[in-house]
Each structure stands twice: as structure tokens, then as C-alpha cells.
Design a protein around this ligand. Structure first.
Ligand code: F6P
Length: 531
């Protein structure tokens, strides 16, 4: 049942998993450990410096085998080959999906087109090296001859979240004298309060937008241009050395006035939410250095190779994806939590929200039909231990099933032994308590912990650029595997268009408000009364 005929619900594995799910009430994760003393070992997988323990999941060996069978019976393998080969798998936008090509080496290429693409990527990387090094060593100067001390990345979605997460996550490696700022929201308070703290003479703006058409980014850019014009007396500040454009649409950036030599391009086949590996990642290279950026690519490439070559039962993204499918489609989970025990990964849940929910929040199959099964879950999370004092109550005693990914670095160069021991101890304590639960003393039901709450634990040796790259690529491939099983296009995002169109309509000066729905009309009236 391959290609056009494929539907996950029509596979033999889906039927078996449905029956297995029906008998889950009587089984606990602890039962699985009791019946298989080797479970902890067998359900632990190491890929370079990432270790995944998936033993605390609500899956027996039989369920796990059936999940693997589901992957075999899906189009996953063919789909994976097609993606890496550069086939047009994003059919609704008529595009190949080649973010992995941004981290490939010449030896990974298998065709003349691959090799040509690789040379293009290497040339773009070389431009990024030259620009980032000039900024880092003070050769890149503002219009009054001063070196750059502050870089503002203006972008939104994929043109913001990845670079912002990477710069925060890797701040152990940050340049000591250059501060990075990220402006995404069209909320003026964000940009105006940032500009109020900065010296325009030493500020550089990286205008990051794949399309160079995004409303929020262009309005924020306009505000910064006026700030430079007002403070430095520059005319057309976007033509000055204070601006760099990062885009797949060079023509638009040139039309905007950015000199061509200050535009770092990338290809259309890089999806916005996969673009931190491209020139959109310039802020990362400025912060941690170009060599660090290359290390990040190296870690991601190692995960790409693992994803392509490891058998399915030893394949980290595949296993994480299948566990997610089990909870979403067979156990009724509506959401999935990501809880990094590392404050520097505070933005990981937000990043994964875009990666996962913009990719798999779909209800149309690759054949253009409506799905009759659930797809991507709601992704949410917060760092531990902070979350323990906020929403963990619901995780332990609430009524919802929430599978969790706990993530931590085993060594932390920025912490000390005492803090780190307490941090990791808390994480392990929480995952164990969620699994084991606790009975309540007589007539004290409120002290009852049902337990049997599933989680993965992902341990990273240390949060180096290379391991960070591997971590992000791991989640990219996990999302891809789920999309392949659900038979949806992970790479378009038509669901964001209607809201954008509606906002533009409402912002039109000639809007006839009587054409709006009654709720919007009365909200407008309220705003007019108060403002
Ligand atoms: O509106 C969604 C989206 O298209 C994302 O997919 C993308 O990352 C973001 O907007 C920003 O787009 P751009 O980089 O073209 O400004």
C-alpha cells in the first residue's frame, strides 16, 4: 500500500495498534520494567553525544514492534530518500526540501546537481564567514567609522526563532563585546525600547526575511531606518553599512535599497522554519564565531547521516516520532511537552512550536483529501525546575495525558557542580515520580499520584555548537517522520495565510466596517472609544 494508495489507518499495523491500545488500561510502565529486566538498556539509544532513554514510555515490546511495522508500512523510507535527493516533495508550493543540503559535505553528494548545490552552499557559507569575521574583529564599521557592538536581527518565525534559540543556547561561546538583539513582534514597544538602549553609531541591523515581504519585519525595519536617519543624519539608512539583508529574495532586498554586496542569500528550497542553517543564521556566526557555526552544521549533518542510515529500531528521530504517533493517535493525547532542564534552552519549546505545529498542524493528505485521523499535537513547555513550581501539578495529578521530553546537558561549563547536581537530580526525580506515582493514605485522595505518566529523557554530553546542531536536526527529522506517517505535507503553511489577509483587510483605510462580523465591528468601536 504505497504512494498514492497510502493511508496510515488502512495499514495492518494501525489495526493492531488500535487493539493493543484498547488493552492498555490494565498495564503500567512499571509492569513493563518488571517483565523485562533489560528494558532500561534496550530502550536507550546513543547517537554521538546524545543519549535517549525512552524506556519510561507506555509501550510494551509488542507495541514498539507494531509502531516499527507502521513505519515500514508507511511511505517513510521512500519519502526520506526523496527528500534527501531533492525531489519536489513540497507539492503545494512546488519545491524541493533541502535544508539538509545546507550542512552536507561534497562526499554526501550523489549527482552532479547535488555537487553544484553543494558548491553554491559553500560559496554562501564563505560569504557568511567573511561578513561575520569582519563584524567580530571590528573591521566592519558603522557610518561614523566605529566598530559594531550591537547587532539587531529583525525577522519573525523561522527568521527569528532559530537564530534566537541558538544564540541563547550557545551563549557560553558568545563574543564578549558584541551583543545580539532579536526583534520579531510588530509590537512597537519591543523595537522602541531596544533602540532606546543602543548607540546607532555602533549598531548593525540584520534584516532577516526569506521572502522580504513580511509585514512585521518591514515595519520594524522602517522604524529602525528612521532611527538611523534621525540620530545619524543618514539619508536612506538601509543603503549604509548599518544594514545587511538575509534573504532568498535578493531582488526584493535590492529594491528595498540594501546594497547587493550586503545581501547574503539562500535558496528557495530552504523552508523558513528550517533556515537557521542558511544565511538567516548570520547572527549565530557573529555570536559564536564562524567555526562554531560550522560545528553546528557538523552536528546536524551527523544526525542527517544517522537518520538516513540507522535501522528504524535504532533510529533516534524515528523512535521519537513513533512514540508521538502512539500517544496522538492511539492514546488520545492532545499535547506533548518539552521540558529542558537548562535555562539557556528556554526558547526551545517556542522554536519547536513553529517547527512541529507549522509543519504537522494539517488536516489534508498528500493526495488532497481530508484526514480522518489526528495529526500534529499541541507542543508546549518551559524549563525545569521552573515548570515544577507552575504546571507540574497538572502533569502529576491532572486528568490529561501529556507525554514529555526531558532534555538536559550532563556537563555545563557555565554552572557549578552543586547547582548542576541539584538541577539534574530534579529532572530525574520528576520523570521517576511521574512514572511510579504514589498511593494515598486512607481518606486522603488528594495525596494520590496515579503515576504511569510517560516521558523520554534526552541527555546531551554538553551544550556545544555541534550537539546543539544535532539536537535541532533530531527534532526536524522527528517531525518529518510523523508527517510521512500521517501522509501530510510538512513543508507548506497555508494555514497562516487567511489571518494575514484578514489583518490587511482590516488595516485598509477604506475599510467598510459594516462588511465585518458583528464581534469585530464592536471591538473596533471599543478601540475607537478608548484610544
Ligand atoms: O507566516 C509564516 C511564515 O511564512 C513562516 O513560515 C516564516 O518563517 C515566517 O512567516 C517569516 O517569513 P519570512 O522569513 O519570509 O519573513
Amino acid at each position: 500500500m504505497k504512494d498514492n494508495m497510502y493511508s496510515p489507518t488502512a495499514t495492518a499495523a494501525w489495526s493492531t495498534l488500535t487493539s493493543l491500545a484498547a488493552s492498555m488500561n490494565s498495564q503500567t510502565i512499571q509492569d513493563f520494567f518488571h517483565s523485562d529486566p533489560k528494558r532500561a538498556n534496550q530502550m536507550t539509544l546513543q547517537v554521538n553525544e546524545l543519549l535517549l532513554d525512552y524506556s519510561k514510555n507506555l509501550v510494551s515490546n509488542e507495541i514498539f514492534q507494531q509502531l516499527l511495522a507502521l513505519a515500514e508500512q508507511s511511505n517513510l523510507k521512500a519519502h526520506r530518500t526523496a527528500m534527501f535527493a531533492g525531489e519536489v516533495i513540497n507539492t503545494t508550493e512546488d519545491r524541493a526540501v533541502l535544508h539538509a543540503a545546507l550542512r552536507a559535505e561534497p562526499e554526501d553528494t550523489t549527482s552532479p546537481e547535488d555537487l553544484e548545490r553543494n558548491s553554491l552552499v559553500k560559496a554562501q557559507l564563505e560569504q557568511m564567514r567573511l561578513v561575520s569575521e569582519k563584524i567580530r574583529n571590528g573591521q566592519w564599521q558603522g557610518s561614523t567609522g566605529k566598530k559594531i557592538t550591537d547587532v539587531i536581527n529583525i525577522g519573525i518565525g523561522g527568521s527569528d526563532l532559530g537564530p534566537k534559540l541558538a544564540c541563547n543556547g550557545l551563549n557560553e561561546y558568545a563574543h564578549p563585546d558584541i551583543k545580539l538583539h532579536f526583534i520579531s513582534n510588530v509590537d512597537g514597544a519591543e523595537i522602541l525600547s531596544t533602540l532606546a538602549k543602543l548607540n546607532p553609531e555602533t549598531t548593525l541591523v540584520a534584516l532577516a526575511s526569506k521572502t522580504f515581504t513580511t509585514q512585521e519585519t518591514l515595519l520594524n525595519a522602517k522604524t529602525v531606518i528612521h532611527w538611523f536617519e534621525r540620530t545619524l543624519g543618514l539619508a536612506q539608512a538601509q543603503t549604509s553599512s548599518h544594514f545587511i539583508g538575509l534573504t532568498a529574495n535578493k531582488a526584493n532586498a535590492v529594491a528595498y535599497g540594501i546594497p547587493e554586496s550586503q545581501i547574503l542569500g539562500f535558496a528557495e528550497w530552504v523552508g523558513g522554519r528550517y533556515s537557521l542553517w542558511s544565511s538567516i543564521g548570520l547572527s549565530i556566526a557573529i555570536s559564536i564565531g564562524f567555526d562554531g557555526f560550522v560545528e553546528m552544521l557538523r552536528g546536524a549533518r551527523e544526525m542527517d547521516i544517522h537518520f538516513q542510515q540507522a535501522p528504524l529500531d535504532q533510529n533516534m528521530p524515528v523512535i521519537m516520532a513513533l512514540l508521538g504517533v502512539w500517544y496522538s493517535n492511539f492514546m488520545g493525547a492532545q499535547s506533548s511537552a518539552v521540558i529542558p532542564y537548562c535555562e539557556r534552552l528556554l526558547l526551545l519549546p517556542s522554536y519547536l512550536q513553529q517547527l512541529d505545529m507549522e509543519s504537522n498542524g494539517k488536516a489534508t493528505t498528500l493526495q488532497g483529501k481530508a484526514t480522518d485521523y489526528d495529526t500534529g499535537p499541541i507542543i508546549w513547555g518551559q524549563t525545569g525546575t521552573n515548570g515544577q513550581h507552575a504546571f507540574f501539578q497538572l502533569l502529576h495529578q491532572g486528568t490529561r495525558l501529556v507525554p514529555i521530553d526531558f532534555i538536559a546537558a550532563v556537563k555545563d561549563g557555565l554552572s557549578n557542580e552543586e547547582h548542576h547536581r541539584v538541577l539534574l537530580g530534579n529532572m530525574l526525580g520528576q520523570s521517576a515520580a511521574l512514572m511510579t506515582g504514589q498511593s494515598a493514605p486512607e481518606a486522603e485522595q488528594h495525596r494520590y499520584y496515579p503515576g504511569n505518566k510517560p516521558s523520554n529523557t534526552l541527555l546531551i554530553d554538553r551544550l556545544s555548537p555541534k550537539n546543539f546542531g544535532a539536537l535541532i536536526a533530531l527534532y526536524e527529522h522527528k517531525v518529518f517522520v510523523q508527517g510521512s506517517i500521517w501522509n501530510i505535507n510538512c513543508f507548506d503553511q497555508w494555514g497562516v495565510e487567511l489571518g494575514k489577509k484578514m489583518a490587511n483587510k482590516l488595516l485598509d483605510d477604506n475599510l467598510d466596517r459594516t462588511t465585518l462580523d458583528p464581534s469585530s465591528q464592536s471591538l473596533f468601536e471599543h478601540i475607537d472609544r478608548i484610544k
